[in-house]
Ligand binder design. Structure first.
Ligand SMILES: Cc1cc2nc3c(=O)[nH]c(=O)nc-3n(C[C@H](O)[C@H](O)[C@H](O)COP(=O)(O)O)c2cc1C
Length: 139
């Protein structure tokens, strides 16, 4: 079982979440690799049984648009039937960016294996625990 955890983070919040997701997946026995957005792409999707994607709310309730969104668009054609989970940090919004992102994944046929994990700004221990569980759910 191979799992990729792919994230973008500017101030480290989503990065902390990604590390907890990877920790959970490893603990559940999966071979787990952590990638930043620029290190991943659609060509890598076939090499993993499941992928966790993490991106904070940026723009106006959007995915980060210079690195993460183009990378993710490149993965969309490979989402069908794939075990996927989403996570990310936000600031002042109500999580709209994550709902939109979930809809995109569903429209591409992704198998969203668990509820997405979102947290406001820096993840607290509860949020990190939810991230570890998300990692476990992918295995
Ligand atoms: C340019 C920019 C745009 C943002 N847009 C939103 C937004 O639309 N909604 C929201 O809830 N938070 C927004 N935020 C807040 C970030 O999502 C929040 O600070 C998050 O914790 C950053 O995660 P990171 O540390 O992984 O980069 C924005 C932050 C920046 C810098």
């Amino acid at each position: 079982m191979k799992i990729a955890v792919v994230y973008w983070s500017s101030t480290g919040n989503t990065e902390s979440m990604a590390q907890a997701v990877a920790e959970g997946a490893k603990k559940a026995g999966a071979e787990t690799e952590l990638f930043t957005a620029t290190e991943f792409g659609g060509d890598k999707m076939d090499g993993f049984d499941a992928v966790a994607f993490g991106c904070p709310a940026m723009g106006a309730e959007e995915l980060e648009d210079t690195e993460f969104a183009p990378m993710f668009e490149g993965c969309e054609g490979k989402l069908s039937g794939k075990k996927i989970a989403l996570f990310g940090s936000y600031g002042w919004g109500d999580g709209e960016w994550m709902r939109t992102w979930e809809e995109t994944c569903q429209s591409k046929g992704a198998n969203l294996v668990c509820d997405s994990v979102i947290c406001q700004e820096t993840p607290d221990e509860d949020a990190l625990d939810a991230c570890r569980k998300l990692g476990e759910a992918l295995v």
